[in-house]
Design a protein around this ligand. Structure first.
Ligand code: PFF
Length: 450
């Protein structure tokens, strides 16, 4: 089985794929709007603290287990324990993780489909396909189904091609484009009237809001969601990493880039909202809160682009290309989690597995599209707010209590010779064993009581 496993061809290949997984709709849309409506700079601070204190150690747990086991999450966790019951527990946690990855993909594909529609609309308009543009602009169940299907088909196609030719190749092509578009848009927006007020709302902290327990859960959920944790995607990417690469450094680079891009995206989204306000577009909801949900992305920003004439058309295409790329490099990592389990544990080949699992997940997307009111919000909070942090605890416990300490050390040493004498090795093992699970649990209980 070993020889048919894929592998990233280089450190940078891994980095772009892992950052591609981490940087998604959560960074560009979720993070800035949560920050703006939850105390600005105070939320940014809480998020950064949680990302480095809780999410980074948990990310390291996934990378260590993945590269040590060189296997998918089910096999990796199932093989860590010595006793039958710990092995069974490992498998159960692994299957739960890939189930959650699949459920995340089921709603993510719907939202990503909307992004594709918004991207295609000005483009089709530009080349004179007016009826196509009109169809894309009109919100309908059929349109939502088709654009989600197109997005899912792209995801399946990339995952079917494999680790190097699919995931790595496409992350390496798309991520630099994402960086360039993001920076270009920020420079443009920051020079527009109204932008400074947006910067103020985004960055000036209102610490009173930090005592709200619900906020803590959102910030933690956001940190775990943003780093794609708990569901086996980082674990499987870690398993495709070469032995000579340093895990703590790569993990830190992924965390830094992910939080950096989330922060940077805030410099685009929030000022853009205030530029829109300057153009007469309403940006507050009925209760006086800043619009954050679909209203922001699909009404405020498009109305802003509309007021900008020809420049607006270009901006709109660039912005929704950015969103679609961010979504795609994340969705391939979500699909890879169940596909890797299937390919490594059954006789099914990768293309067949990708197609079958992608199709099954799309069926769930269809169910959600037909029951938006009841299912959409429910699946999002079940997966991202509850399951991801709990799975994070489980992974910390596996690496801290079940995996042999010598094996952990050997795995880290493989790419980092003097790790034993580093601060990382002095702090992390105890931290991931005790502090991390307790802190995640506390934040969790606190929020449930609140
Ligand atoms: N990290 C992605 C984002 O911020 O949008 C979402 C995500 C990707 C969650 C992969 C889970 C996952 F397995």
């Amino acid at each position: 089985m070993m020889d048919k496993r894929g592998q990233f061809s280089s450190k940078i290949g891994f980095l772009l794929a892992a950052v591609g997984s981490a940087v998604g709709l959560g960074n560009i849309w979720g993070f800035p709007t949560q920050a703006a409506s939850n105390g600005g700079g105070a939320f940014v601070l809480a998020y950064l603290l949680l990302a480095f204190l809780l999410a980074y150690p948990a990310l390291m747990a996934e990378l260590v287990i993945g590269r040590y086991a060189r296997a998918n999450i089910v096999t990796a966790l199932g093989d860590l324990g010595k006793q039958p019951h710990t092995r069974l527990l490992g498998k159960a946690v692994g299957y739960y993780g890939v189930l959650i990855a699949s459920l995340i993909l089921s709603f993510y594909a719907i939202v990503a489909g909307w992004m594709l529609a918004e991207f295609g609309q000005p483009l089709t308009q530009l080349i004179g396909w007016h009826s196509a543009a009109q169809w894309l602009a009109q919100e309908s169940i059929l349109r939502n189904l088709i654009v989600a299907l197109v997005f899912m088909a792209l995801t399946i196609w990339i995952v079917a091609r494999g680790v190097e030719a699919g995931i790595e190749a496409w992350s390496t092509r798309l991520m630099p484009v994402l960086f360039v578009i993001l920076l270009g848009l920020i420079v443009y927006v920051l020079f527009q009237p109204g932008a400074t007020q947006g910067l103020r709302t985004y960055l000036v902290p209102d610490f009173r809001q930090l005592t709200d327990p619900a906020l803590l859960l959102s910030a933690m959920g956001q940190a775990f969601f943003s780093l794609s944790l708990g569901v086996g995607t980082m674990l499987i990417y870690g398993s495709y990493l070469r032995k000579q690469d340093s895990l703590p450094r790569l993990g830190a680079a992924v965390t830094l880039m992910d939080t950096g891009i989330a922060f940077t995206a805030g410099l685009l989204i929030i000022p853009a909202m205030y530029v829109a306000q300057h153009h007469g577009v309403p940006i507050y909801g009925e209760g006086g809160e800043l619009l954050a949900g679909p209203g922001l992305i699909f009404q405020v920003l498009p109305s802003l682009f509309d007021t900008m004439g020809t420049a607006g058309v270009g901006l709109s295409i660039a912005f929704f290309a950015l969103m679609s790329i961010a979504a795609l490099t994340s969705s391939i990592s979500m699909l890879e989690a169940p596909v890797s389990v299937t390919v490594e544990r059954t006789q099914l080949q990768r293309p067949g597995a990708a197609l079958a699992i992608g199709a099954a997940i799309f069926v769930v997307s269809v169910l959600i599209i037909f029951n938006m009111e009841t299912l959409f919000g429910f699946i999002i909070s079940l997966t991202t707010e509850y399951s991801q942090p709990l799975l994070g605890i489980a992974l910390c416990i596996f690496v801290g209590w079940i995996m042999h300490r010598n094996h952990v050390l050997e795995e880290l040493k493989a790419g980092h010779k003097d790790i034993e004498h580093s601060v990382f090795w002095k702090v992390w093992p105890f931290y991931v064993r005790v502090i991390c699970p307790v802190l995640i649990l506390l934040a969790f209980v606190q929020s449930l009581r609140g």
